[in-house]
Design a protein around this ligand. Structure first.
Ligand code: GLC
Length: 427
């Protein structure tokens, strides 16, 4: 184990709150959905039962309708806003009222394929809960069976202030009854690396709509302040459906196979409605106006990971990936540096995120784009080795931003980017 590997292990242990891991102390003091799943991959490199425990804790927050929420609040913490009293989930444990990208089934499959009988037993134990969550996504986030997954809040996408949501966000009228609030994030992190005040007013307007209707998900999708088809969510769910299918086959859950296959066919076809020929990539589509967003993001690059597109589309997208990488010192930026909305320091409007790189590179490699895939992995390794386990990084300078000692960055280092894990990375 290298010194950085040891630091990564220490970071995960320091952020462990007894069964679940916080993304980083202070800035994010609760359990976040997809953070925990990537964290499980990190734990799996040195403690497999702790990896499953992380997932078990996440399942512990599942709602009766199958949703696994984006944040689980196990105790109230004044360091974070908006907390449980704003979300008013009415669940035990309290949680936020929408979800986050379902990377879970893909990680369960990875744990099973790299593990032994214990891992298979764990997967068997949790399979129905994962299936129920996928069912929830297909039912509540694709209510008209268009084959694309809509998000009701930018936070649901995990890409909070991406330009993908600019059009929909600009149309949200801030609720005049929004109670005055005090942000906590900008007390922990420089404001220029965080979303703007108007973004926050709109984020909270959506939360208020959800809380006011008792988190009636159908009502929120149909009448809430926003409903935008997200390429990230659509591709991650499609990949997770494919992985859930493999898991079902492996553990003998043949009863679930037809249902999962139907989802895969629907999304693989529907995802094509996110293709934007003007820019040569998959974008977000505002399901209220029909408009496509106008730039390539790191979520567009997950098309390879999801296995969608014709040979011509893939070639075009790979060409865009090469162009984007030629414009930055470190890839894959969360937004196209040639686009006017690019901001290299601001969160999801330009910075590089390690866990996105992990999925992007995996897809590129599976699509035979080995040079691009290696570039993304090497850049991730260089960023972390030079800068540390930051939340996100400047694609031009490599500076680390947001929270430090970040769990998923440490986990991705251990599970994939660390040169000591070449074998694991090859999987
Ligand atoms: C931010 C990120 C989101 C992540 C959370 C905790 O909100 O945008 O993807 O899950 O922080 O790390």
């Amino acid at each position: 184990m290298s010194e950085i590997d040891e630091k990564a292990v220490a970071t995960l242990k320091a952020n462990d709150r007894g069964g679940f891991t916080v993304p980083t102390s202070r800035l994010y003091p609760y359990q976040w959905n997809w953070d925990s799943v990537f964290v499980a991959l990190g734990f799996a490199t040195f403690d497999r039962s702790r990896a499953w425990r992380e997932l078990e804790c996440l399942f512990g927050g599942q709602w009766p309708d199958g949703m696994i929420p984006h944040i689980i609040f196990r105790r109230s913490d004044p360091d974070y806003f908006p907390g449980p009293d704003v979300w008013k989930s009415g669940t035990a444990p309290p949680s936020s009222g929408h979800s986050q990208p379902p990377v879970l089934a893909s990680v369960m499959l990875q744990l099973v394929e790299s593990g032994g009988p214990d891992d298979e037993n764990q997967a068997r134990l949790h399979f129905d809960r994962a299936l129920a969550w996928h069912r929830w996504f297909h039912r509540e986030r694709d209510p008209d069976s268009r084959g694309v997954i809509g998000i009701v809040h930018p936070w649901e996408s995990g890409r909070d202030n991406s330009p993908d949501w600019d059009e929909a966000m600009s149309q949200i009228v801030v609720d005049p009854d929004l109670p005055p609030y005090q942000r906590r994030d900008t007390e922990h992190v420089n404001a220029e690396q965080r979303p703007n005040k108007i973004d926050y007013d709109r984020f909270l307007t959506i939360v208020k709509f959800g809380a006011d209707c008792g988190w009636d998900q159908r009502n929120i999708a149909e009448n809430g302040p926003m409903f935008v088809a997200d390429p990230g969510m659509t591709f991650i769910l499609l990949r997770a459906d494919r992985d859930l299918l493999r898991l079902a086959e492996r553990i003998g859950r043949t009863d679930a196979i037809d249902e999962i296959r139907a989802w895969i066919d629907l999304i693989a076809a529907g995802a094509e409605s996110l293709w934007n020929d003007d820019i040569g990539g998959y974008c977000a589509r505002n399901l209220r106006t029909g408009n496509l967003s106008t730039g390539i993001s790191n979520a567009s690059m997950l098309a390879f990971y999801a296995g969608v597109g014709s040979a011509a589309q893939r070639e075009r997208l790979a060409g865009e990936a090469a162009r984007i990488l030629s414009k930055v010192e470190f890839g894959m930026p969360s937004w196209d540096p040639d686009h006017t909305a690019f901001e290299p320091k601001r969160y999801w409007r330009g910075p590089v995120w390690a866990m996105m790189n992990f999925m992007v590179a995996q897809g590129l490699s599976e699509a035979g784009c080995d040079d691009l895939s290696k570039r993304v992995r090497n850049d991730t390794a260089r960023l972390i080795a030079q800068t540390g386990f930051y939340e996100y990084f400047d694609p031009l300078t490599g500076a680390g931003y947001g929270g430090g000692d970040f769990s998923w960055t440490a986990a991705i280092w251990l599970a994939w980017a660390s040169p000591d894990n070449a074998t694991r990375a090859a999987q």
